[in-house]
Design a protein around this ligand. Sequence first.
Ligand SMILES: C[S@@+](CC[C@H](N)C(=O)[O-])C[C@H]1O[C@@H](n2cnc3c(N)ncnc32)[C@H](O)[C@@H]1O
Length: 223
Amino acid sequence: MALSDFTGPTGVDDWSADLDRRWPERGAAARAVVARIAAWAVEQNVRPARALELGIGACHLSAAVLDVIDQCPVVGAGYTGLDIEPRLLDHGRSRLSHHDPARIDLHQVDLNDSNWSVGLPPVDVTFSLQSIHDLAGYQALQNIYQGLAELLRPGGLLINADFVEAFPQDDPQKPRRFPVSTHEDLLTARGFSQFSHSRHGKLACMSAIRSARFPVAVRSCPL
Ligand SMILES: C[S@@+](CC[C@H](N)C(=O)[O-])C[C@H]1O[C@@H](n2cnc3c(N)ncnc32)[C@H](O)[C@@H]1O
C-alpha cells in the first residue's frame, strides 16, 4: 500500500523506499539524470554554478547530483531545491548538512502556483524526478517549462524524468502524464533545443538545452 505521510522517525525514508519498491525503474531514471548532468558538465568544461531541483523528495537524487558536480574541476556550485512539503524540506536540510550551508537553498514552493519561479536566481542545470506529474495537468506543465526557460542561463541544461504514459486511474479529461512528444513540443516552443530522452519503464528521462538564440522575457521580483 502506498505511503502518503511522513510521520515517525524514519517516515521520509520509508516513504521514499516505498516509491522505489513500487517503481523499480526509478533507479535507472535517477542514474540517467546524474549521467546526463555529468556529460553536460564535461561538454561545457565548467562546473555548474547553480542547480535547481523541482520536487526534492528524500534528497537522494540531489545528494548524487552534488557528488557529480563536486567532481567537476571548478569550485562553488550551489543547489536550490523546491518542494511543497515542509517535512521533506527539513529532511533535506538534514541529509545535505555535510555540505557548506551557503551552497544549499531549500524553499517551500507550490509548483502549481503560476508565479512559482518568481524571485529565484538564474541556474545552469534544472532537474526533476517523478514529480511534475503530481501537479495540476497540462497548464501546470506549461507553466513549469516557462519558468525554467526564464531561470536557465543560455546553454543551460533541463532534465525532467517523469511518467510519460497515462495510468488507468487517470481522468482523461484532466491528464497529468504526457507523452514524450508533448514535452518536446512544449520545450521547443520555449527556446529549448537538442531534446533527447531515454525510456525507463513508465518513466522517461528527457533533456534539452536552453538555446542562446531564444530570448525569454524574465519576470522581475527579487527574493
Ligand atoms: C513522487 S515524489 C518524488 C520525489 C523525488 N523527486 C524522488 O523521486 O524521490 C513527488 C515530489 O513532488 C513534490 N510535490 C508534489 N506536489 C507539489 C507541489 N504542488 N509543489 C511542490 N512540490 C510538490 C512532493 O512533495 C514530492 O517531493
